[in-house]
Design a protein around this ligand. Structure first.
Ligand code: NAG
Ligand code: NAG
Ligand code: NAG
Ligand code: NAG
Ligand code: NAG
Ligand code: NAG
Length: 687
């Protein structure tokens, strides 16, 4: 999520001060409503394996940075002296990620951290309404405030004792932001010596202010409605003037299906950056909420489809390091992209209701995200490759656009995506029902019905996606409709209470729940899926999980280093107890990574109980289900010190076919996921 490493490519600034008027047809009650409403933060509690992982996250890097990581611990926002760039965004990202962890998990220690930060920033709100420490026009950029405001709205939902002071602070801030924007987009566009955003990060993310402002408009508009509306419009207008209008990019004509140094391209660099793209998926939707324009809704779907077709990785993230290029599985993707994709997919699903988009959120959550995080949640990888036979300092910097050779080492940097995934796992429906959309274990406590008189509690006991059974325990004061989302990959043998499921066109199966206590049991049915890619290559999925060739490795740990200077990080950036380390992973001697597969021969193997999962779960050998796939060793060229793009070289089998061990991608830090396809003689897979 740290975004400071691109060459500065400024779009030409041609600014004119435009007269702005409030749209007359809209008011606070006319925001487009979602298909599915998220519950207030804190209403959903994790259970089972997901709770285990959040506890590891709290005990790991994310939950300890406050005590030692200088960009948080010594952040200028809380009276310290350290920011890594003029964007001043490090601790705002932390706050936005830690608030849902604190209240999702109900962890007192983490709650203390976010409460300290909340108190500090609210108690130090400046007289003119500015939130943050900056006092000059040159240093006051609006962008990081969007992150703080998102953290604040979640805080206000989760802790009613803080709601009023948060809402007060937000209103004071919006009035100031509105004045700044009216004054030639001050704080958004740089003028003269302004230093807060010389590259254009904030102008590429103008819509990020919409989520908290729409929340304010709907819940606590006070008498500030016109100013809130106009602030959103001014944000968008400023970005458009600069050249960062995502409506011009998410089109068949403008979207670069592949992007190389030589590809003709006229629009701003901001659109080509993976993290921006993952966030920019929400741009047209944010405008759709304000205007109700169906073309913007359709364009949101178009954006999802363009990314899915041309740059979505097998594991669900966007292949971009940090720019998009093509689908070469060696190119890799930044971890921050997976975090943003999970949030965007969940958010878009709430407005479009399309089942495949919810599957996408799960795909990212169960594959792209965990593969980049160490099983103990103390380190993560900056760039993750789908075909990654080793994780070490590469012999060349040329593989990637911007990230250097050190980018695929596991190291120190924050990661905060699972708490938001949890918070979006149950949603309410417009007919007054409740739906379980991301099928992880958890419980939801919610008041349904017109006057909120129906007190409902639902608990989902499951090891999904490792197991395929979900048992619901439900209590309700009155009858209501409960929905279970049936993933697109589930086959017609899927049952609920032993009856075949009948999902609606949004993939939801409805259960009429009576008053009192009841239960329901879902049994998902599926078989391994082979997904072909170009030039006779393929990847294998089973349920929500991507399976990849397991590569046993030797691990060497060492003091964390600055990936850019490659010098050892200063002590006040790392854990004084030595728990922050970097890791080099290399395949064990004799381990084969260079194989082709025959995907007509796949066997599902259960290696341990699907009811009592191991913890940590994202570790090689820990997940209970593996696959055996017929395979053969091949000559696989190494290009730029990593595995060549499969499909671009001839495949020549060497030696006898064998049963290769495929495991959940997220558990196998070294892996090969996209492999050449060959036909092989029958292999005994029961070994
Ligand atoms: C807002 O719009 C709704 C529906 O468009 C309308 O019923 C309502 O009266 C409006 N409220 C105000 C304050 O204009
Ligand atoms: C607005 O800002 C731009 C960029 O700094 C500048 O060129 C322009 O003259 C300003 N316009 C006004 C009316 O101040
Ligand atoms: C969840 O299901 C498992 C397996 O069926 C069972 O052992 C466990 O007791 C259940 N847990 C709860 C809280 O119901
Ligand atoms: C459903 O189960 C039956 C009986 O086990 C099996 O023959 C059939 O192939 C299954 N259908 C699917 C779509 O898996
Ligand atoms: C952290 O260490 C660096 C380098 O030793 C030093 O310049 C900086 O002042 C220290 N910051 C804090 C907050 O101790
Ligand atoms: C397919 O193979 C050709 C020939 O090697 C190569 O030029 C092309 O880039 C490959 N396509 C993909 C998508 O890998």
């Amino acid at each position: 999520m740290v975004t400071l490493k691109l060459p500065v490519i400024l779009a030409a600034l041609t600014l004119t001060k435009t007269a702005h008027s409030l749209p007359t047809s809209v008011n606070d009650t006319s925001l487009v409503q979602p298909v599915y409403y998220p519950l207030d933060l804190g209403s959903i509690k994790p259970l089972g394996w997901f709770k285990d992982q959040l506890e590891l996250e709290a005990a790991g890097l994310s939950g300890n940075m406050f005590d030692f990581y200088r960009f948080v611990h010594d952040s200028k926002y809380i009276g310290g002296s350290t920011e890594y760039s003029a964007l001043d965004e490090a601790s705002p990202y932390w706050f936005n990620g830690l608030v849902p962890l604190a209240f999702g998990l109900g962890d007192g220690r983490i709650r203390g951290q976010v409460k300290y930060y909340l108190d500090y920033i609210l108690d130090h709100q400046q007289a003119d309404g500015w939130i943050g420490f900056e006092t000059t026009q040159a240093t006051r950029g609006l962008w990081a405030r969007s992150l703080i405001l998102m953290g604040l709205t979640q805080y206000a939902e989760a802790d009613p004792t803080q709601t009023e002071r948060i809402v007060d602070a937000m209103h004071r801030y919006v009035v100031l932001a509105h004045n700044m924007l009216k004054n030639n987009y001050t704080g958004l566009l740089v003028h003269g010596n302004d230093a807060f955003d010389t590259a254009g990060w904030g102008v590429g993310r103008t819509h990020e202010m919409h989520i908290p402002l729409q929340w304010l408009l709907e819940r606590y508009p006070r008498d500030n409605t016109a100013i809130i509306w106009e602030t959103m419009d001014l944000m968008i207008e400023g970005g458009v003037l600069w050249g960062a209008d995502w409506r011009t990019f998410w089109t068949d004509g403008a979207y670069p299906k592949v992007y190389y140094d030589t590809t003709p391209y006229d629009l701003s660099w901001v659109f080509l950056h993976g993290v921006n793209m993952a966030q920019g998926l929400r741009y047209t939707l944010s405008l759709y909420r304000n205007t109700g324009d169906p073309a913007l809704k359709a364009q949101t779907r178009k954006a999802v489809d363009l990314l899915a077709t041309y740059h979505r990785s097998l594991a669900g993230t966007i292949l971009a390091d940090e720019y998009i290029s093509d689908l070469n599985p060696s190119r890799g993707a930044e971890l921050c992209i997976a975090a943003e994709v999970m949030f965007s997919a969940a958010y878009i699903h709430q407005y479009l209701g399309h089942n495949d988009i919810a599957d996408w959120a799960e795909q990212t959550a169960f594959n792209a995200f965990p593969v980049s995080v160490s099983a103990d949640w103390w380190s993560h990888q900056y760039v993750q490759q789908e075909n990654q036979p080793w994780s070490r300092n590469l012999a060349t910097d040329d593989l990637w656009w911007d990230v250097n050779s050190y980018g695929n080492v596991f190291g120190l940097e924050p990661n905060y995506a699972y708490p938001k995934f949890l918070a979006n796992s149950f949603v309410t429906t417009s007919d007054g029902g409740l739906a379980h959309v991301f099928l992880i274990p958890g419980s939801a406590a919610v008041s349904l019905g017109k006057d909120g008189a129906n007190t409902v509690f639902v608990s989902a006991n499951t090891t999904y996606p490792f197991g395929n059974t979900i048992t619901y325990t439900i209590s309700a004061t009155s009858p209501f409709s409960f929905y279970v989302r049936i993933p697109m990959w589930a086959d017609s043998n899927t049952t609920i209470d032993a009856m075949n499921v009948a999902p609606n066109d949004k993939g939801l199966h409805k259960i009429e729940v009576p008053a009192g206590e009841s239960t329901a049991s879902v049994q998902l049915s599926t078989s391994p899926r082979v997904v072909p890619r170009a030039n006779n290559t393929a990847a294998i999925y089973y349920g929500a999980i991507l399976y990849a060739l397991a590569i046993d490795y030797d691990e060497v740990s060492f003091a964390p280093i600055n990936y850019r200077s490659e010098e050892v990080l200063v002590a006040n950036t790392t854990d004084p107890l030595g728990r922050t380390k970097d890791f080099r992973l290399t395949p064990k001697a004799g381990t084969t990574w260079n194989i082709a597969i025959d995907p007509s021969q796949i066997e599902v193997v259960q290696t341990s109980s699907t009811e009592n999962l191991n913890n940590p779960i994202w570790e090689l050998g820990a997940p209970p289900v593996e696959l055996r796939v017929a395979a053969v060793e091949i000559d696989w060229p190494v290009v730029l010190d990593t595995a060549a793009d499969p499909g671009t070289f001839d495949v020549t089998p060497k030696g006898e076919p064998f049963a290769a061990r495929f495991v959940p991608y997220g558990s196998s830090k070294l892996h090969m996921a996209l492999l050449p396809v060959v036909r092989l003689d029958q292999v005994d897979l029961q070994v």
